[in-house]
Design a protein around this ligand. Sequence first.
Ligand SMILES: [Fe+2]
Ligand SMILES: [Fe+2]
Length: 172
Amino acid sequence: MLYIFETPKSNARFSLKLHLITADVVIDAVKQEKFDMALLKWDKTYAVGIKIVDDQHAGLFDSLNELHSAMLKGDVNAVISPMLQDLLAYTRTHFSAEELMLAKAKYPDLAEHQAKHRKFAAQIAEYAERHKRGETALSVHLIDFLRKWLTDHILREDRAYSSWLAQSGMRF
Ligand SMILES: [Fe+2]
Ligand SMILES: [Fe+2]
């Protein structure tokens, strides 16, 4: 930008063009950065200490970030349906893996944990159904719900079982 002020008057047209190009590049970069900005970043705060579970949780964050990025780009109506189906399938895979481990380790709060998983899956299925029925403006609520549910569930319920699994001596 400083270059523009240093350009001689005879090059005013060139400097204006340069200015516009620079502005476009900056705006594009800002937009891109905004679109690519992750809503949720997995870090050790969310770790339950079992690699497969931590990887799946990070994968769920990625799915949510993709949905969020599509919303910022204005593409969300075109992708929300397949994204919701993918998210639902991935969530079910993850829940089954988690419940299997908890059952093997005889986790005392398994039934309660399972009920929370079922309720979440039902809520996502309901969002998908509402979208199918043509309800619009769902994405903001959905993304907010997902972000809140995932972080709360991992930080509370999932992290709560990690010490039980660690002391069970089982390897997962
Ligand atoms: Fe869980
Ligand atoms: Fe989980």
